[in-house]
Design a protein around this ligand. Structure first.
Ligand code: GLU
Length: 372
């Protein structure tokens, strides 16, 4: 059994931004309990940027520009690892640092290497501690929050469980800070628009995720066939209880029976769409029912200025996004081909507007919520 546990900045740093050694020690003690049972555990930990900010103590507080924040992560990351290494060391375990960036999931070879390394570390009894490679990741395509990274790691490892630890006990029906009627949602089958509204926007100042980002990550896990639990980092025994399926441990998001591979998952959720392609009902049926490629004949309209390999949303005549893919051609070309059958187009031209290998049908999962 493999468990991926993600802990957010607000749960691993103190009010002054330094690393909360007690919080890390608590998590590591629970990791050790699971390791003793033979469960492989991969930790995805945030906190590098905030710990870097606290260490450098720049006048004016936390900088807002991404270049400085990325630079500060280089100061915070090794401090964070030192705390994990010491906490795990006291429990007879070793920590192994693995830093990943979005391109590691997009490039097949990188993806396979990352997987092999993580699996080997787990087999060796080591606890991999993963973070985004904040110092060097291209800001344009960074994950930005570790919730999505954790979901991709869970998919990469075909994990049994993804636990997203945060500073609330899970997802509530309303904001528990402002509503006395708010109650914990214990089980989620399908994540729909209503739940996303309840989840609201980004959470705390140091972290970038918030509940909406946790739900998006849980939805990715669900599409990967991985059970997800959103739960409170401070709850005693939370990680072990999540593995043991203790009722009320947090919000449980059930896995879907049909799952996506890592590349399609990346297309579906890690990339922000650059454009939209509106298709007719016939094309929609061909994509949904036969997983066919999208041809120009079924395209009704093209929106946005995308180039080949940019992510595009595929929209039905009802205006709802039902699929996402990588464009096979530029927006201008796609526009000039709208409604034309393959026979009308010059021989030798690539005729797929989106090739089936680059296409993901996500009925019931409108929009990716991804940042770019
Ligand atoms: N990679 C960021 C850090 O370690 C965390 C991003 C986030 O999840 O807020 O600080």
């Amino acid at each position: 059994m493999i468990v991926v546990v993600k802990i957010g900045t607000s749960s691993v740093t103190t009010a002054d931004g330094s690393i909360d050694e007690q919080a890390v020690a608590k998590l590591c003690a629970e990791v050790a309990t699971l390791r003793a049972r033979g469960v492989g555990v991969v930790v995805v930990s945030s906190g590098a940027v905030t710990a870097g900010v606290a260490a450098l103590q720049l006048p004016g507080g936390r900088p807002s520009d991404s270049t400085t924040l990325q630079a500060l992560s280089a100061i915070g990351q090794h401090r964070l690892m030192r705390v994990y290494d010491e906490a795990l060391g006291r429990l007879g375990l070793l920590a192994g640092q693995v830093l990943l960036a979005p391109l590691d999931f997009g490039e097949r070879r990188q993806y396979l290497h990352a997987r092999a390394t993580l699996v080997r570390l787990v087999d060796l009894g080591v606890v991999p501690v993963v973070n985004e490679n904040d110092a060097v990741a291209d800001d344009e395509i960074r994950f930005g929050d570790n919730d999505r990274l954790a979901a991709l790691v869970a998919n990469l490892l075909a994990a049994d469980l993804l636990v997203l630890l945060t500073d609330t006990a899970g997802l509530f029906t309303a904001d528990p800070r402002t509503s006395v009627d708010a109650s914990l949602v214990e089980e989620v089958g399908e994540i729909g628009a209503e739940l996303e509204r309840a989840a609201g926007g980004p959470g705390s100042v140091g972290g970038s995720g918030g509940m909406a980002s946790k739900l998006a990550a849980a939805r990715m896990a669900s599409w990967s066939g991985v059970r997800a639990v959103i739960a409170g980092a401070r709850r005693p025994g939370v990680l072990v209880d999540a593995v043991d399926r203790v009722p009320g441990v947090g919000t449980v998001v059930s896995p879907k029976p049909r799952t996506l591979g890592a590349r399609k998952l990346w297309i579906a959720f890690a990339l922000d769409p650059v454009g939209r392609i509106v298709v007719d009902d016939g094309a929609r049926r061909a994509l949904v029912e036969r997983e066919a490629s999208l041809l120009a004949a079924g395209v009704v309209a093209v929106e946005g200025d995308f180039v080949p390999d940019d992510a595009v949303e595929i929209v039905g005549l009802d205006g709802l996004v039902f699929a996402k893919g990588l464009a096979g051609l530029a927006a201008a070309t796609a526009t000039s081909w709208v409604g034309r059958s393959s026979a009308e187009l010059a021989p030798g031209l690539a005729r797929e507007v989106v090739h089936r290998d680059d296409l993901v049908v996500l009925v019931g999962a409108p929009g990716s919520g991804a940042r770019r």
